[in-house]
Design a protein around this ligand. Structure first.
Ligand code: LMR
Length: 425
């Protein structure tokens, strides 16, 4: 038998190793399982593929105007033109984003007086949208404590648990929405919160609860503040809809109350909805710490976590917000546009209730008029949801959440007639 020369033997061995490595790399990806579509994003994809001219997308939470378009706000367009003209560099900004934007967001949420009062105890950092802010908050919580449970409302936004859970956080639910009475189960909620120990976190929706649209009233926020002080748990607020409920200031009543009362607080905010900057990924995470020294330490943790995850947030959306808020005329224009958005949504809530009655539907949908923001539960069951989607091309989340802002004069009659048929089947 011919002896292989050392060089050719080495070549054979290396070929064998390479082909084994190739096989391994193929089987590494083949081991993955197909995942179900995201409950909200998957609906948008199905809606786009639907050829029915009467189709209605009540799924994803984006604002739509009377013609069904998600418009770019006029103040945003003008700010973009100004940025195009004035921007001289695209150099990196840094992991915590633009300091001027961060201060603008803090002032928008807390107001100038509270920002001054909080002083060095408060730190705000720019994040890639509200989702990026939630993820950064989860990383931060994971560094601060290894065994905390995050208590979330039952129900909560469909992406809260996947998003925060992917950073290793654990969850338990507190009672929130009463599907029969269409209101907050506040007595049960507060009883549950009274059992939560210091060291755990309670995730609240700052306003326009997603998915129910049912918010706490002022008296309830006060009681909640007292329980948080008594128990010592940490409050974590998701504020994705400031200005979409009752107004920029009324919508943050609870957030400001907790910020001035509690030693520590996390607030994640987003400019997706109130500035219509959805795809620009423009958000922030604010921490209130029990001392300026703790805030200095926390800032180093946030910067390191941002750097390790995505290095730094994208600039464009934050630059737009900064441009608008630093120009008195543009700021006034934006506030007017936001008021028009909010008024339209609130008007649609009344219109839906009125047209549902006019369509002869006996069931009382009056609760829709009392709820806030983009969402309400329609209160139909899974079979009825499937019928609405499959037979009528009316797309809604499988919890029966609807985006009120997708209704308009052109589709409301089709919506109410379809609903009437489904409810009477
Ligand atoms: C929603 O709840 O539909 C929005 O917040 C969009 C999203 O990312 O889910």
């Amino acid at each position: 038998m011919l002896e292989l020369q050392p060089a050719s033997r080495a070549a054979t061995v290396s070929l064998a190793v390479n082909s084994a490595a190739k096989q391994e790399s193929i089987s590494m990806f083949q081991s993955l399982e197909t995942l179900p579509a995201d409950p909200i994003l998957g609906l948008s994809a199905a809606f786009r593929a639907d050829a029915n001219p009467n189709k209605i997308d009540l799924g994803m939470g984006v604002y739509r105007d009377a013609s069904g378009i998600t418009p770019v706000m006029s103040a945003v367009k003008k700010a973009e033109a100004g940025i195009l003209e004035a921007q001289t560099s695209k150099a990196y900004v840094g992991p915590v984003g633009a300091q001027a934007y961060n201060e603008i967001i803090a002032n928008l949420i807390f107001g100038d007086a509270l920002v001054s009062k909080l002083g060095g105890r408060r730190v705000t950092v720019q994040t890639p949208g509200g989702c990026g802010g939630l993820r950064l908050a989860a990383e931060f919580i994971g560094k601060a404590t290894s065994d905390a449970t995050v208590w979330v409302s039952d129900p909560t936004w469909a992406n809260h648990k996947p998003l925060l859970g992917s950073a290793g956080l654990r969850f338990r639910d507190y009672p929130y929405y009463d599907y029969d009475k269409h209101s907050v189960r506040f007595a049960e909620m507060i009883d549950c919160l009274r059992q939560i120990p210091a060291g755990d976190l309670v995730l609240l929706h700052g306003c326009c609860h997603n998915p129910s649209g049912a918010d706490l009233d002022r008296e309830q926020w006060l009681q909640l503040r007292d329980v948080a002080l008594e128990r010592g748990f940490t409050v974590f607020i998701d504020l994705a809809y400031q200005g979409m409920g009752d107004g920029l200031e009324p919508d943050v009543y609870g957030v400001r109350l907790l910020a001035e009362s509690l030693p520590e607080l996390l607030v994640v905010s987003s400019c997706s909805k109130n500035f219509g900057l959805y795809r620009e990924r423009t958000g922030a995470l604010t921490l209130i710490c029990d001392s300026p020294a703790a805030a200095t330490v926390a800032t180093t943790q946030l910067a390191a976590a941002a750097r390790a995850n995505y290095s730094m947030p994208p600039d464009h959306g934050a630059a737009i917000v900064q441009f608008i808020m630093e120009d008195a005329g543009l700021r006034a224009e934006w506030e007017e546009e936001l008021t028009a958005v909010r008024d339209r949504i609130n008007g649609l809530r009344s219109l839906i209730v009125e047209r549902v009655q006019a369509a002869g539907i006996g069931r009382d949908f009056g609760f829709i008029e009392k709820e806030k923001g983009m969402f309400s539960f329609l209160g139909v069951d899974r079979t009825q949801i499937e019928t609405l989607i499959n037979d009528y091309s009316i797309y809604l989340v499988n919890s029966s959440r609807i985006n009120v802002a997708s209704i308009n004069e052109s589709n409301i009659d089709y919506f109410t007639a379809s609903l009437a048929k489904v409810l009477s089947a």
